[in-house]
Design a protein around this ligand. Structure first.
Ligand code: GCU
Length: 605
């Protein structure tokens, strides 16, 4: 056996030994949808457990072996087992539990989930259990043995569970806890529903012992005639051959990994550039031996030049709309490609070339669909309102969510902006927290723009001033303002002056007002469609005067659930700022935006 083979065998044996000690969280599998996997979506049993009785004993000590994760069954008539995961109710997963069981409508606490599945074990094959997202804290066991924990409700994670599996029948148990916390990310309060559960796709991926962990393929930031990137294996193996192919561009490049298991490349190329007008995607394959990952990747450049946003070297106006991950035509969280197509088609009908996916990373299918449909994306982590700025663990949580958001979508050319916060109060601790997040985002990805939704800092005598210490850490100065809804009057829009002392593009990340779809009346009557129409009309005239204006994402495409909206017969736990109702009916304000974007499109043609 030559030295290299011996090293490979030893590395593999060490990996198997480490993994056999316990299952472990492993770096996210890039492009999960392009891999070999069995879906674990479908029917899961669930147990509502408000006192976490399935995890703690009566002295609040965690069970070692006898918790619900053991999935125990009574085997004789006098056995005392006070739960049964097999005969507990069934929930279709992915889904939020709030919309699936009326006992869970506003529930915040623990629900246990269990899924039986079959695996044929094969030598040299590892099994990675992948969750698209679980809100908010999860603990995972396979066949009663711990696979791992995760915190954060909107980003994926995965565990190598190979050594927990048996050949044939297996079961996975997940403890989900969606309780909010002061030190969480987000914190205790937010203006959206705290949907709990396994809210996105679940898969069991099959990979070889040594596998392609992740890769990056993108247009060189500084040279549109070069495609650049890298491929990384899960093991630090030197001398491994990997191939990157883009058939339509007649590119096939063979790479050899260095001692860290990674290989970089640069190839000359003249791809058709991705744009909203022509969302061109190329088939890309990354292969090593029998392992082959297929992806669809677009190539473009995004930068700023003074107050302009430049896409592929040409100035662009971001004709956007904000979107929550709220399901159209039904209660609950959106998660499917159908949900994505519906929401994004409505954005296209408005004349959008850009969407602000608020206030947390949306599911991967939504981002991929935006890419196919020619919509640029603002993607955001839920550092929202009054976070615990001084808490180190809170920062680590935010940074982990930022990492995972970028890690998952860095091959998605549609994503042009990473947003690190929304409406956060000024202060030294907040500035420090956000500066570190901004520098971290730049260190992970210096090819995209960084922003955050700021707030107007002073408004006297119709002079609105925006000053924020974070201005030097963002590429785009974005802020939310609600003249004509939360402050001042619609008539005062035309008196407003805006002072934004930065030579950077300005995006108004939120403006608008509420209306109950179908409620009509005088335009002075709150919550009528006629009232909502006015702030749209007058804000657009006012905002279009801002000389650095480079884009808009009014709040919001569709009505969404919020525990902060209690007005009977008007809100009923819905924030009604949508320009479309949950049932797909467009309000008058929708057409105001559509007409404005037609004008903007012609202006920037
Ligand atoms: C804020 C906030 C949104 C919220 C909106 C509103 O700007 O960013 O999350 O829903 O205002 O009050 O409707």
């Amino acid at each position: 056996m030559n030295l290299r083979t011996r090293k490979t065998v030893i590395t593999c044996l060490l990996c198997m030994f480490a993994a056999s000690l316990f299952a472990q969280e492993v770096p996210l599998l890039g492009n999960i949808y392009g891999r070999q996997y069995q879906s674990l979506n479908g029917k899961w049993n669930y147990v509502i457990d408000p006192l976490e009785n399935g995890y703690y004993d009566y002295r609040l000590m965690p069970f070692e072996k006898t918790g619900f994760f053991e999935n125990k069954k009574a085997t004789s008539p006098d056995d005392l087992v006070e739960y049964n995961l097999d005969t507990s109710p069934i929930m279709d997963i992915p889904s939020d539990w709030n919309s699936k069981d009326e006992r869970l409508y506003v529930y915040e606490g623990t629900v246990w989930f269990k899924k039986d599945f079959h695996v044929t074990r094969k030598p040299g094959v590892r099994h990675i259990l992948y969750f698209g997202a679980i809100n908010y804290e999860s603990k995972v066991w396979v066949n009663g043995k711990k696979a791992g924990d995760h915190v954060g409700g909107y980003t994926p994670f995965n565990f190598d569970v190979t050594d927990l599996l048996t050949d044939g029948h297996n079961f996975v148990v997940v403890k989900v806890d969606n309780k909010r916390s002061k030190d969480g990310v987000p914190t205790l309060n937010m203006d959206w529903w705290n949907y709990g559960g396994i809210t996105r796709d679940v898969m069991l991926a099959e990979v070889p012992e040594t596998y392609i962990e992740d890769y990056l393929v993108q247009l060189d930031k500084n040279n549109k005639g070069t495609i650049t990137g890298w491929v990384k294996l899960n093991a630090a193996l030197e001398g491994e051959t990997v191939t990157v192919e883009i058939p339509e561009l007649k590119i096939k490049t063979q790479l050899v990994t260095s001692s860290d298991g990674k290989a970089s490349f640069q190839v000359k190329a003249k791809p058709v550039l991705w744009s909203p007008e022509n969302p061109k995607l190329y088939e890309v394959t990354v292969a090593r031996g029998s392992e082959l990952l297929a992806d669809q990747i677009g190539f473009r450049t995004i930068e700023t030049r003074g107050p302009e946003v430049i896409l592929n070297g040409k100035r662009v106006f971001l004709r956007g709309i904000s979107i929550h991950e709220e399901a159209p035509f039904r209660e609950g969280r959106a998660w499917s490609v159908e949900d994505a197509r519906t929401l994004l088609t409505w954005a296209k009908e408005m004349g959008c070339n850009y969407v602000r996916l608020a206030h947390y990373p949306h599911n991967e299918l939504m981002v991929r669909e935006a890419e196919k449909m020619g919509l640029m994306v603002w993607s955001e982590i839920p550092v929202y309102w009054t976070i615990s700025w001084e808490n180190e663990e809170t920062y680590r949580n935010a940074e982990r969510q930022l990492h995972d958001m970028i890690y998952r979508d860095r091959n998605r050319c549609a994503v042009v902006i990473w947003s690190i916060a929304n409406e956060t109060p000024h202060g030294d601790a907040r500035d420090n927290f956000l500066r570190n997040l901004s520098l971290y985002a730049r260190s992970m990805d210096n090819t995209r723009l960084i922003s955050m939704a700021m707030e107007v800092t002073a408004a006297q005598n119709y002079v609105n001033r925006l000053e924020d210490n974070m201005n030097e850490y963002v590429d785009i100065v974005s802020f939310n303002q609600y003249v004509g809804w939360y402050r001042a009057t619609v008539e005062e829009c035309k008196l407003m002056k805006w002072e934004i002392p930065y030579n950077k593009p300005v995006v108004i990340s939120e403006f608008g007002g509420s209306a109950l779809q179908g409620l009509h009346g005088d335009k002075t009557e709150r919550f009528t469609e006629e009232y909502q129409e006015e702030p749209y009309k007058e804000n657009l005239k006012m905002l279009d005067q801002i000389e650095q204006l480079a884009g808009l994402s009014p709040w919001i495409l569709m009505d969404f659930k919020s525990p902060r909206r209690q007005l009977p017969n008007i809100q009923d736990f819905y924030n009604r700022k949508g320009v479309i109702s949950k049932w797909g009916i467009k309000k008058k304000a929708f057409y105001v935006m559509r007409d404005f974007y037609q004008y903007k499109e012609e202006q920037f043609r």
